[in-house]
Ligand binder design. Sequence first.
Ligand SMILES: Nc1ncnc2c1ncn2[C@@H]1O[C@H](COP(=O)(O)OP(=O)(O)OP(=O)(O)O)[C@@H](O)[C@H]1O
Ligand SMILES: [Mg+2]
Length: 264
Amino acid sequence: MVVEETVGRLRITESILEGRELHVRFNLRRGLVISVFEGLSIQVRYAEFLGIAGPVGCGKTTLLKVLAGLLKPERGEVYYKNQRLEKPTPAISLVLPTTTLFPWYTVLENVMLALYSDKSLTREDKIERCRAFLDMVGLSAFDSAYPSELSDGMKKKVILARALVTHPDVLLLDEPFDNIDPLAAVALRSEIENMWMNESMSPSSVVLVSHDIEELVELCDRVVVLTERPARVKEVVEINLQRPRDKRRREFYDYVDKIFTLLS
Ligand SMILES: Nc1ncnc2c1ncn2[C@@H]1O[C@H](COP(=O)(O)OP(=O)(O)OP(=O)(O)O)[C@@H](O)[C@H]1O
Ligand SMILES: [Mg+2]
């Protein structure tokens, strides 16, 4: 395993999840073809927080779907721990902006759905584990509430608990802090960072797609900046700042400026 040291943390440079030479096209009606990737490669390393930034419609959500095994590329492969990924696995959790809760199930039942096909756990084990995750996101008192009784920020926390309850190695997040109030977003960001920093807990690696450059600089070890469609990797920016990151520091804004310039 290749290890390098940056700002006091050891960093493993080997990939846990990798997209190699991905080609993705969508065939629309009337013969229109949208080419999203023509040979895009991306590496997510062990124990890293990776950011993805890029213009609107360049293929960020599509890329997460491919990396989760939900969308098969026309050419190219996805490798998870050096094994070809052919279909979705509980080891890779994906949260999309469209991910919702089932309104007719309680909060606890919604989280338990993620463990539905896990035959190794009894119903009691599942309840216990789900309660522990709801507790972790601060919602233990709401396990019997229905989604309609929660605020938007609380719903996002339940969705996050559901994504984490399977103990995934990789958590793929597509604009998870959009459409929630700024204070709830601050709390949720630090929740995710703390979980990821805690080495005894999953996930090992987080991939965050965001349009918010400050958010990317605050959380990520590296930020992959994509070009317009067909998306290529324009640059990978390494963020060498101590955690927790201080937004008032000049170096913080140097990174924000750098990524902003790459995107404009
Ligand atoms: N299922 C689909 N069928 C047809 N075209 C699609 C499909 N999914 C995505 N596309 C097209 O692929 C391109 C990339 O879409 P994608 O949602 O991945 O972009 P994005 O980078 O996530 O955009 P945004 O920043 O707006 O979230 C867009 O042009 C979109 O219209
Ligand atoms: Mg998107």
